[in-house]
Design a binder for this molecule. Structure first.
Ligand code: ZN
Length: 430
């Protein structure tokens, strides 16, 4: 009898402790959200999404809290997290503690930057995104450039030949929306075969101009997103799947909807109703959005769908699809060249024109796209590492857990688990 009585008592004691810990963390989470909103009053790009209580936002704009006060508040909160013990048997609860602490560290770094602190590119990416991009010498990119050179024979500079080659793959503006709509429908149905999404999830697409980015997902809560596509520059056929997957399914829209469903609604974790752009969460967001393209279209499936469905919709000759896919995958391996340009430019080693010229040579960007990219550097700075380093870290994490390209269903499972959890970039390495 005694032993039988003991078990429920222990369980009751444990759950009372868990309840206390959850209540303490929920209070900390609420203060974290208010601190992020307060930073947003000093930095208009900082709050990327917020769908928590509207009156918190009103309060934040009514009382513009000074940066020093925000910093002190964040330091106190970090100390308080240390005194709340995570619920050991719940991995998500442990991740929640680490996540909140690290997000607050990043918030403090952003506050220091707003106060005028000058960080090097690598110091900044470590402080804000919990990761540092590897360095690559020019020679690292030369081997790929030689391969592209062989694939695009002819006279004149390689970047001009690449530009001329790509002209055959521009989507005519009057066909843009039907090509995108079809790509979105395909990415959505592929995602829905593996992921249970809220029944009323939805997004709308808008075409815009004069932006430093090529596409953007504005998550609005209630499983809704607004996706904007920048049409300043010609849109090539491969952008359809890139954007549909990256911004939509299984990228940003799905990531945000799963966080809302599993963490905000199921667990009541209010900190996930806000997304501070300059924080470790961005590496996970951009990394999963980019890797999601490979998850949705394993092996040759992307080429098949583009050639058989999207090329005809865009009135492009499908015979060119395989050559374009091959050149594009070579160009994709030059993604780290963009990081090198950003690092040197932001560290003050080269000026804008040199950074643009460098990207034209090493990243195969058109001169106009390279110029647009330098403006992205001005606004978003070391954020650039989140796309390619983020993708590589997410890929490594998912595939180490058995989600290899040869096991597409398992890969979806591991990928979705990551999407619905508060894991940090440094936590992707183990
Ligand atoms: Zn993105």
């Amino acid at each position: 009898m005694r032993a039988a009585l003991l078990v429920p008592l222990v369980v009751a004691a444990l759950s009372a402790q868990a309840t206390r810990s959850t209540t303490a963390m929920n209070t900390i989470a609420e203060r974290y959200v208010k601190l992020v909103l307060a930073v947003g009053q000093h930095d208009s790009d900082y709050v990327d999404a917020f769908y928590g209580p509207a009156e918190w936002k009103t309060e934040a704009s009514a009382s513009k809290v000074p940066l020093a006060e925000i910093d002190a508040g964040a330091a106190r909160l970090i100390g308080e997290i240390g005194s709340v013990r995570p619920y050991a048997s719940d991995e998500l609860d442990r991740l929640r503690h680490e996540y909140l602490r690290r997000q607050l560290d990043a918030l403090r770094a952003r506050v220091r930057m707003l106060q005028g602190a000058k960080l090097t590119f690598d110091e900044e990416s470590q402080a804000l995104y919990d990761a540092v991009a590897p360095r690559h010498p020019d020679s690292y990119f030369e081997a790929t450039l030689k391969e592209i050179d062989r694939a695009l024979p002819g006279d004149g500079p390689l970047s001009d030949r690449y530009d001329a080659f790509r002209q055959r793959f521009v989507v005519p503006p009057d066909r843009l929306s039907r090509v995108f709509d079809r790509a979105i429908a395909e990415c959505r149905s592929r995602t829905l075969s593996h992921v249970k999404l809220p029944a009323d999830e939805h997004f709308t697409v808008e075409y815009v101009k004069n932006k430093p980015w090529s596409g953007y997902n504005w998550y609005q809560g209630n499983f809704r997103s607004l996706i904007q596509v920048n049409t300043d520059l010609p849109i090539y056929i491969d952008r359809a799947i890139d954007l549909a997957c990256h911004e939509g399914y299984p990228g940003h829209h799905v990531y945000n909807a799963l966080l809302e469903q599993h963490l905000v609604r199921d667990r009541g974790w209010i900190e996930f109703t806000i997304y501070p752009l300059f924080s470790p969460q961005s590496l996970i967001a951009e990394g999963t959005a980019n890797y999601g393209i490979d998850v949705a279209f394993p092996g040759e499936e992307r080429l098949g769908f583009e050639r058989d469905v999207l090329f005809p919709l865009a009135a492009l000759d499908p015979a060119g699809a395989p050559a374009y896919a091959r050149v594009r995958s070579l160009v994709d391996t030059l993604a780290y060249a963009g990081n090198e340009a950003a690092r040197r430019y932001l560290n003050g080693e080269i000026d804008r024109a040199t950074a643009a010229a460098w990207m034209t040579r090493f990243a195969m960007s058109s001169p106009k796209a390279a110029e647009q990219r330098t403006h992205f550097f001005d606004t978003y700075r070391s954020y650039v590492i989140n796309y390619n380093l983020g993708k590589d870290l997410v890929k490594q994490f998912v595939e180490l857990r058995g989600g290899a390209a040869t096991a597409p269903a398992r890969r979806w499972d591991e990928f979705v688990k990551l999407l619905a959890s508060p894991r940090l970039p440094s936590g992707l390495r183990n």
